[in-house]
Design a protein around this ligand. Structure first.
Ligand code: GLA
Length: 371
């Protein structure tokens, strides 16, 4: 009887010991920046105990993969679904983590009703502004003092740096961006406000993002940071371009955070560098070459590539607050299903068995020495 009672603890101890035996990202980079991960519901509710333990051991900042997106938290006009987001925030608080809110105003994962009246026609500017205000004041207000920083607007730009003609822009006009930040700041004046975007490492889009942020600053918005999403390829961006990008944003007085880091090692399915979630390419065998594991050569190349990027982050660590990975292990990554559904992707530092990959060790070696 005694023995049976003791057995489960042996299992827990074994997991804890194997996790503790390795260095942790959060401790290794404590002199540089926070290290974050985007979490899914089974991780922040603790249902997936192994992943929850890995998150607690390795990360000191969290982002919600989906729980705070409009379609998840506000699926109908008069219906909010706070439960998953409440669990997400509780998980962060219990583990003393920096908690990110992602995202308030975006054109994807936002229900059609937001932009339509009862007959399916587009609503007018004032109606949409009111809906945006209600959403932001309700969601940001609920987590006031708990969520530390918000991705207020996500992906407002085209690749050439002009404003994307999203339903927000078409119905409200260009000032929808300013309004979103004003509403968020009103709802929690102490929360940090960020602009989050992909491929702003490329010069034309970077220029657009700098202009957008400067406009907010001129209007008195205390914008704290820009998020480089960091959905990177093996050959893009180069370390020099990344370095130049970080310095360019720091030059206008905002912190630079990497908010959705992953590294695509699979054959390119399109020529685009854009992380446009609506892309969908048909599965062909040659696009999915590593179904039985990653060959050692590719594994080593991935490790080298991660080390080269982290060397840039560490070099610029005074200009940065946080590096967040988009998901925890290779098994959870969206890249298994984007832009081609059903591939076997290897974009992160932990493999499908929750084990650190050679890329993990390579990243650890780039940290600043103890100060
Ligand atoms: C974008 C969004 C994220 C996420 C990723 C892909 O980068 O900002 O919320 O949806 O795409 O999963």
């Amino acid at each position: 009887m005694k023995k049976n009672l003791f057995m489960p603890f042996v299992g827990i101890l074994a997991v804890a010991t194997s996790i503790n035996a390795q260095p942790t990202l959060k401790d290794t980079f404590k002199n540089d920046f926070l290290i974050g991960a985007a979490l899914n519901e089974s991780q922040f509710t603790g249902m997936n105990t192994r992943e929850a333990a890995l998150v607690k051991a390795q990360f000191n900042s969290i982002s919600p993969e989906n729980a705070l997106k409009w379609e998840a938290i506000h699926p109908e006009l008069d219906k909010y679904n706070f439960d998953p987001a409440d669990h997400y925030v509780e998980f962060g608080q219990q583990n003393h983590m920096f908690i990110v809110g992602h995202t308030l105003v975006w054109h994807n994962q936002t229900p059609k009703w937001v932009f339509q009246d009862d007959t399916g026609n587009p609503v007018d500017r004032n109606t949409l502004l009111k809906r945006m205000h209600d959403h932001i004041s309700t969601v940001v207000g609920r987590y006031k003092g708990k969520i530390d920083g918000w991705d207020v607007v996500n992906e407002a730009l085209n690749e050439d740096g002009t404003l994307r003609e999203s339903p927000w822009e078409k119905i409200i006009g260009d000032d929808y961006i300013l309004k979103a930040y004003q509403f968020a700041h009103e709802a929690d004046p102490k929360a940090e406000l960020y602009y989050n975007e992909y491929s702003i490492e490329n010069a034309p889009k970077r220029k657009g993002a700098i202009a957008l942020i400067k406009k907010l600053q001129t209007a008195g918005i205390p914008i704290a940071g820009v998020g480089l999403q960091g959905h990177y390829k093996m050959d893009w961006p180069t370390p020099a371009v990344l370095d130049e990008t970080i310095k360019a944003f720091a030059g206008i007085g905002v912190k630079v955070n990497v908010t959705e880091l992953d590294m695509d090692v699979l054959p390119a399915a399109t020529r685009s560098q854009a992380a446009e979630v609506s892309m969908n390419v048909a599965l062909r065998a040659e696009l999915n070459p590593y179904t039985n594991g990653l060959p050692d050569l590719v594994q080593q190349a991935l490790a080298k590539r991660y080390a080269e990027l982290f060397a840039v982050f560490v070099k610029n660590s005074k200009l940065m607050d946080r590096v967040t990975f988009w998901c925890v292990t290779d098994a959870d990554s969206w890249l298994n299903n984007w832009p081609v559904k059903g591939r076997t992707a290897y974009p992160l530092l932990f493999d499908r068995n929750y084990q650190p990959k050679p890329a993990f060790d390579a990243v650890i070696r780039t940290a600043s020495p103890e100060k």
